[in-house]
Design a protein around this ligand. Structure first.
Ligand code: NAD
Length: 485
């Protein structure tokens, strides 16, 4: 049923440098596995620091010419890449399902969503502007221009193998930067398939490189230490983000950090309950719960909590679990054993603290890394999952009585990525969306990501934004030219 042979046709399984796939300098490879079975899908070149530096050499050779291309030309290449990606939706979605585990329907959704960053930034490439003004004293003229920051390193996670890369590559290329991508070790294939898409779209060699590998730090450390690199853009855990920020300090690199989340999802007593349930299903179960924007803490007003919890348990308990490429499956496996064990440990900890299991609660015996879709009710706020990302199909419900109490609880976290709430009261909409400490707030909706909107977190969820008209600023330096009158 699975067309393994198609993988080698679609995906260059080498290090992608200078517009072609090559073996790693060491000739080493590492296996990429199907999380639904544990089987090896294919072997991929295992890049080292030497390969990374070759990619940087290539990026530096391409940088000046790429920065000098007409914005319209960059726009046309990005647009063409989007069109080719859309033509390859089925193949790339299957590839993503095979290496990451999400259902085919969700993988198709990610190809559409991830591709949209190429189309959106093809449209933004021609709108990079500056400004001109006279100095207030009348003694000079002020010219402000924007220039590409230069070669960028993009480090991406496994949960959205395409979109977390295209959200960086799109604006970087639009701005005139070259990019070296270090994809997550669990999911390098989708990004390699994207490299081929760009090559077919006419992207000049060297502008985009991909360095897959099993030892992330061995690849990234030499790049971060090299003064030719000008920026690091990262999506992943807060722990690794902090490590990278420390390394970036040595060369005073531009940085963008999309880090972890601990999103509150608040259902007030006046909410439309059907809408709130649909929103909770989306905000919790999208991508099997492996999303930085996932509803990590579901706060439900105590007057409606029993009704909400039993209906959510009914819906989550009815989800069909299985390999994402099988028809009728609603939710796939977790990415690997480590992730499944981590989810299981968080559930055990919450239950030991007094949480009530409404459905699920256990890992499913192998092969593959499956976990039962789970609803926990009345979770004590002392449970670890109140502070830590669950990153799995586990809905944790907490009761509350007052708006002040729930807003304080929602903000009681070092994270500040997404937050959601449901109410029909307009005053409350304005008050609560203002009070929540988050970079993104969903009001009466459980899905907020939109390529046309700025995506990003505050507090320890990150620095900077991706997408929207703001996203390209992350790849542009501001230059002021002083002129006499
Ligand atoms: P991770 O931090 O373990 O890994 C992310 C990437 O960093 C991978 O490519 C990995 O190989 C690399 N990496 C790991 N250690 C490194 C090191 N020492 N030096 C350099 N690179 C290193 O995260 P993950 O488990 O792949 O992804 C899950 C995390 O990502 C969650 O915390 C989630 O919230 C976060 N995430 C955030 C966003 C966002 O936009 N804010 C989006 C998706 C995921």
């Amino acid at each position: 049923m699975l067309e393994y042979d198609r993988i080698s046709e679609l995906v260059p399984t080498g290090v992608w440098i200078d517009g072609a796939a090559a073996a790693a300098a060491s000739e080493a490879t590492f296996p990429v596995r199907n999380p639904a079975t544990g089987e090896v899908l294919t072997e991929v070149a295992d890049a080292s620091g030497a390969d990374a530096l070759r990619a940087l050499d290539s990026a530096c050779r391409a940088q000046t010419a790429w920065a000098a291309t007409a914005p319209r030309e960059r726009a046309v290449i990005l647009r063409r890449a989007w069109e080719i990606l859309m033509e390859r939706t089925e193949e790339i979605a299957l590839l993503m399902t095979l290496e990451m585990g999400k259902t085919l329907a969700e993988a198709r959704g990610e190809v559409a969503y991830g591709g949209e960053f190429l189309r959106w930034f093809s449209e933004e490439a021609v709108r990079i502007g500056g400004r001109y003004t006279d100095s207030p004293a009348g003694t000079g003229r002020i010219l402000v221009t924007r220039q590409p920051v230069g070669p960028c390193l993009a480090i991406t996670p496994w949960n959205f193998p395409l979109a977390m890369g295209s959200r960086k590559i799109g604006p970087a290329l639009a701005a005139g930067c070259t990019v070296i991508v270090k994809p997550a070790e669990d999911t390098p294939l989708t990004m390699l398939a994207l490299a081929r898409v760009f090559a077919d779209a006419g992207l000049p060699a060297g502008v985009l490189s991909i360095v897959p590998g099993s030892d992330a730090a061995a690849i990234t450390a030499p790049l971060l230490a090299d003064p030719r690199l000008r920026k690091v853009t990262f999506t992943g855990s807060t722990r690794v983000g902090k490590l990278l920020l420390r390394q970036a300090a040595d060369n005073v690199l531009r940085t963008s950090m999309e880090l972890g989340g601990n999103a509150p999802f608040i259902v007030f007593e006046d909410a439309d309950l059907d809408a709130a349930l649909a929103g909770a299903m989306a905000a919790k179960m999208r991508n099997g719960g492996e999303a930085c924007t996932a509803a990590n803490r579901i706060y439900v007003h105590n007057s409606i909590r029993e009704q909400f919890a039993s209906r959510l348990a009914e819906q989550i308990g009815a989800l069909r679990v299985g390999p994402g490429y099988e028809p009728g499956v609603d939710t796939g496996p977790l990415i690997n054993q480590r992730q499944r064990d981590s989810v299981a440990a968080l559930v055990q900890d919450a239950v030991a603290a007094g949480a009530v299991i409404r459905t699920g609660g256990k890992a499913i015996d192998g092969p593959g890394w499956f976990f039962q879709p789970t609803v926990l009710d009345d979770v004590p706020r002392t449970a670890r999952m109140h502070r830590e990302e669950i990153f799995g199909p586990v809905a944790a419900i907490y009761g509350f009585d007052t708006e002040d109490e729930v807003v304080a609880a929602a903000n009681d976290t070092e994270y500040g990525l997404a937050a959601y709430f449901y109410t029909r009261d307009l005053d409350r909409v304005l008050r609560v969306s203002n009070a929540l400490q988050a970079g993104m707030v969903g009001v009466n909706r459980g899905v907020i990501s939109d390529p046309a909107a700025p995506f990003g977190g505050i507090k320890q969820s990150g620095l900077g934004t991706e997408g929207g008209s703001e996203g390209i600023d992350e790849y542009l330096d501001t230059k002021y030219v002083a002129l006499t009158r």
